[in-house]
Design a protein around this ligand. Structure first.
Ligand code: T1G
Length: 705
C-alpha cells in the first residue's frame, strides 16, 4: 500500500503533503510516509529545508482515533517518534496549515521550526473532549510557545483557536491570506530559515514563557478551582492541568514522560472509552437507513418560521446565526414585537459577554425579517412551523402553507409530540413534510429530532440532515410516535423522580444524586427552570391518553394550582430569593409532599442514593429499549446522542445506552425486574432489555447487527 503522502521538491525545499482523506488522520501509514520522506530529505544534499502541508479541506484531524483500540497507535514510528525527528532535524521544517489542524497534527506543528496558517483556519488540542490529554508533547511545547495560561485555556477547554488568535499568541509565525498563498509563503520561510547560519531553535528549548509559573503551584491550583464546578467528575481536564504544570516543574524529557504516562492512563479509562463512543456516535447519526451519500439535496437559500414565541424566535436565530435569511411570521403585532425583542435581548446579551461583536449581532439581526403577512412564506425554501402545540391549529397552518409555498419547499413542524403523519396528511405534499423538533432554548441547545413521516422523501430527509449540520446542530432521525425519542425517555425519568418523593425522598436529595451523576441539574430544579406551568399544559393533552391502571403523581399539579410555577414565580418545587436561581427547600413545598404521601397511605421511608439513581436512570434506558424495538430510533448510540445534546447527559459516561452497557444489561434488567415486582405499574422491563440481558449482549452489539 503506498503511504498516503506526496513528496515533491520546490527549489531546495522538500514539500511533504499529507494525502489521507477524509481528514489526513495520522494513521501508521501516514506516519511512516512522513518519516521516510524526512529521512530521505535529510540525506539529500539538494534539500535544505522542509514544508509539511495537507491536501483536501484541512491540514489534519490529528492522530487516527480508530487506532486507539487496536494497538496500532503504538507501532513505530509513533507520532512522538515523528515529532522528535522533526524537532531534531538540522534542516528547518515549516508547518503549513489550512482548514483544521487538531490534536496530534497541532502537536507536530509545535515541533516544527516555524508555523504558517491560512487566516480563518482552526488550530487546537481537542484531546480533552475524548477524555485524554494531548499525548505527543502538546502539554510541554504549547506553554513554551504561547505561555502557561493561554496553553491551559486551550488544552483544558479543548476549543480550537483561529489562525489569527494563534498568530497573536505566538503559536503561528506567519499568516497566509488564502490557500494559494500558503505554500509559496511557507517555502519562502523555509528558505529564510535554511539560509541562517545557526541551527533552527527547538521549541523544547524555549523556556522563557515557563518562568511566569515557576513560583509555586498557585497558578495551577487557582485554575483547578476555576474549572472544579464545570468539570466535576470528569478526570481529563484535571489531568491536562497536571501535565502543563509538569512542563513548569520538570525538565523537558521528564515532563514528556509524565505526559505520556498520563495519556496512556486516560486513554484506557472508562471515561475516554465513553467519549470516543460519543465522538463516533455523533457521526453515525448522519448515516440514516434508506439515505445514500449521493441522495440529491434541495437548495435552501431562504427560510421562514411560523410563530415568534420562545421556540420560533430561537429557531429564527439559528438560521440567522448560520447566515441564512429568515422570515418570521406571527398573527398579532404585539406577539411579533415580543418575539423580536427576545431575539434582540439574546444578541445584546451575547455581545455584552464579549462572545460577538456589535456589528456581527446587527448583521445577524438584519437577516431576520419579521412580518404579519403570512403570504411571505412563499419566498422560503424551507418553513419551520413553531405554533402552539395544537393539532387542529397545525393542520390549518399546513393547509395554508401547502397553498402558498413553492412546490419544492420543505414544510417542517417543530411539534414536540404530535403525529407528523397527521399534519402531513393536511397537505398535498406529504413527501415534503418532516418534523424538526428543536430543544429550548433553540438557539443554544444543539439537538434537533428530525421526525421522519411515513411519506417524507429521502431528498427532504437528507436536506434537513445537512441543514441541521449547517445550523451547528446535531440532527437525529426518529420515527413517528407520541413524543418521539427524547421526551418519551424523559417522562419515565421524571415520573419515577416524583414517585420517589411520594415514597420518602425529597426534591433536593433526588436532584443531588442526579447532579453528582454529572447532569447540569436534577429533575426538580429543571422543572422549576422550565416552568411547572409548562409541564402542566403538556400533561393536559398527554395524560388523558394514559392507561388508567398506571399510577400518576399529582404533586406537580398541586404546585401549579398553588401558583407555584418555579423560578418565574419565586416558588415551585423550591423557593428562590429575589434575583437568585439557587433552589432552596421551603416548608410549604415539603409539607405538600409529606401531606400527599399521607393521603396516599404511603409510609415514607429512607431511600438510598443508589435506588434513586437506578429508579431514575433505568426506566429511561428501559424506554430506550422499547424505542429501539419499535424502530423509532435506528441505533442505541443515536439515543446516546439525543441525551448528550438534548439533556446534558455527562459526556464522560457516553449516554444512557452506553452507560447501561458499562453497567451490564443483566444488572439493569434485574434491577428493573426487582422494581417491577414491588411497584408494578410503569416499571415492566422491555422485551429487548430482557432478551439482551438473557443473551449477555450489549446495546452496542445490537447496533452492529
Ligand atoms: N481519527 C479517525 N477518524 C477521524 C478523525 C480522527 N482523528 N477525525 C475525523 N474522523 C473521521 C470521522 O469519524 C468521519 O468518518 C470522517 O473522518 C469525517 O469526519 C496524540 C492522541 C476534523 C473538525 O479530536 O473534530 O490526536 O463517519 O464528519 O464534520 O495527542 O472530524 O465519514 O466514517 O467529523 O468536516 C484529536 C476529531 C485526535 C479531531 C472535521 N483530534 N475530528 O469535521 O468531518 S486524538 C480530534 C474532528 C490525538 C494526540 C491525540 C472533525 C473535524 P466517517 P467529520 P467534519
Amino acid at each position: 500500500m503506498p503511504h498516503p503522502i506526496r513528496f515533491d521538491q520546490t527549489d531546495a525545499v522538500g514539500v511533504i503533503t499529507l494525502d489521507n482523506p477524509p481528514v489526513n488522520a495520522f494513521s501508521l501509514s501516514q506516519r511512516i510516509g512522513v518519516s521516510e520522506a524526512i529521512t530521505a530529505g535529510l540525506q539529500d544534499p539538494t534539500i535544505q529545508a522542509f514544508v509539511i502541508c495537507g491536501s483536501g479541506r484541512m491540514f489534519s484531524a490529528g492522530a487516527d482515533i480508530r487506532e486507539f483500540d487496536t494497538g496500532v497507535a503504538a507501532e513505530s514510528p509513533t507520532l512522538s517518534d515523528l515529532i522528535s525527528l522533526i524537532e531534531d532535524s538540522p534542516k528547518p521544517v515549516v508547518c503549513a496549515m489550512h482548514g483544521t489542524a487538531l490534536g496530534g497534527s497541532c502537536e507536530l506543528s509545535l515541533a516544527c521550526h516555524s508555523r504558517v496558517a491560512v487566516v480563518g483556519s482552526r488550530i487546537g488540542l481537542p484531546e480533552v473532549t475524548l477524555g485524554i490529554v494531548p499525548g505527543a508533547g502538546g502539554t510541554q511545547r504549547l506553554p513554551r510557545l504561547i505561555g502557561v495560561l493561554p496553553a491551559l485555556d486551550a488544552i483544558v477547554s479543548g476549543k480550537p483557536m483561529t489562525a489569527e488568535k494563534a498568530h497573536e499568541l505566538g503559536l503561528v509565525d506567519n499568516l497566509a491570506d488564502d490557500l494559494d498563498d500558503l505554500l509559496e509563503l511557507s517555502v519562502s520561510v523555509a528558505h529564510r530559515l535554511s539560509s541562517q547560519h545557526e541551527p533552527p531553535i527547538k521549541t523544547r528549548d524555549r523556556d522563557s514563557h515557563l518562568r511566569e509559573a515557576q513560583n509555586g503551584s498557585e497558578l495551577f491550583d487557582n485554575f483547578r478551582s476555576q474549572i472544579s464546578r464545570r468539570a466535576r467528575g470528569f478526570e481529563a481536564p484535571f489531568a491536562c492541568v497536571d501535565c502543563v504544570e509538569a512542563a513548569t516543574t520538570m525538565p523537558f524529557e521528564q515532563g514528556l514522560a509524565f505526559e505520556r504516562e498520563t495519556f496512556l492512563r486516560c486513554r484506557s479509562s472508562n471515561q475516554s472509552l465513553a467519549q470516543r463512543h460519543a465522538f463516533f456516535a455523533e457521526r453515525e447519526v448522519r448515516k440514516v437507513r434508506g439515505l445514500r451519500a449521493e441522495t440529491s439535496q434541495i437548495e435552501l437559500k431562504c427560510a421562514a418560521v411560523v410563530g415568534c414565541g420562545t421556540m420560533g424566535s430561537g429557531i429564527a436565530m439559528c438560521f440567522a446565526n448560520a447566515g441564512i435569511p429568515v422570515i418570521v411570521t406571527e398573527s398579532k403585532q404585539d406577539m411579533l414585537d415580543r418575539g423580536m425583542e427576545m431575539i434582540r435581548q439574546n444578541y445584546t446579551s451575547t455581545v455584552s459577554k464579549g462572545r460577538m461583536s456589535g456589528d456581527e449581532a446587527e448583521a445577524r439581526l438584519a437577516l431576520i425579517k419579521p412580518t404579519l403577512e403570512f403570504e411571505r412564506v412563499s419566498e422560503a425554501d424551507v418553513v419551520i412551523e413553531a405554533a402552539f402545540e395544537d393539532m387542529e391549529l397545525k393542520k390549518k397552518i399546513f393547509r395554508d402553507l401547502d397553498t402558498l409555498c413553492k412546490t419544492d419547499a420543505i414544510l417542517a413542524t417543530n411539534t414536540s409530540s404530535l403525529n407528523v403523519n397527521a399534519i402531513a396528511a393536511a397537505t398535498q405534499r406529504p413527501e415534503q413534510v418532516v418534523g424538526t423538533h428543536f430543544f429550548s432554548p433553540a438557539n443554544i441547545m444543539r439537538l434537533v429530532e428530525i421526525v421522519r413521516g411515513d411519506h417524507s422523501s429521502p431528498e427532504v430527509l437528507s436536506t434537513i440532515l445537512n441543514l441541521t449540520k449547517r445550523l451547528g446542530k446535531v440532527g437525529v432521525v426518529v420515527g413517528v410516535c407520541d413524543s418521539f425519542a427524547a421526551n418519551r425517555m424523559l417522562y419515565p425519568y421524571s415520573r419515577q423522580a416524583q414517585f420517589l418523593i411520594e415514597e420518602g425522598a425529597f426534591p433536593e436529595q433526588v436532584d443531588k444524586v442526579i447532579y453528582d451523576f454529572g447532569f447540569p441539574m436534577g429533575p426538580f430544579a429543571l422543572s422549576d427552570l422550565a416552568g411547572i406551568d409548562v409541564g402542566w399544559r403538556i400533561r393536559q393533552h398527554r395524560e388523558p391518553n394514559r392507561p388508567k391502571h398506571l399510577r400518576y403523581s399529582d404533586i406537580a399539579d398541586q404546585l401549579y394550582k398553588m401558583g407555584r410555577y418555579g423560578q418565574k414565580t419565586g416558588k415551585g418545587w423550591y423557593q428562590y430569593e429575589e434575583g437568585s436561581r439557587t433552589p432552596i427547600p421551603d416548608s410549604e413545598g415539603l409539607d405538600l409532599i409529606i401531606r400527599t404521601s399521607r393521603e396516599l397511605g404511603i409510609d415514607r421511608r429512607e431511600i438510598s442514593e443508589e435506588e434513586i439513581l437506578q429508579r431514575c436512570m433505568y426506566p429511561l434506558i428501559n424506554e430506550g429499549a422499547r424505542i429501539l424495538e419499535e424502530g423509532i430510533a435506528q441505533r442505541a448510540s443515536d439515543l446516546d446522542i439525543v441525551w448528550l445534546y438534548g439533556f446534558g447527559f455527562p459526556r464522560y459516561r457516553g449516554g444512557p445506552m452506553f452507560y447501561a452497557d458499562s453497567i451490564g444489561l443483566k444488572n439493569v434488567y434485574e434491577a428493573m425486574q426487582g422494581f417491577y415486582e414491588i411497584h408494578r405499574d410503569w416499571l415492566e422491563p422491555a422485551p429487548l432489555l430482557e432478551r439482551l440481558a438473557r443473551e449477555d449482549r450489549t446495546f452496542a452489539e445490537w447496533d452492529r447487527e
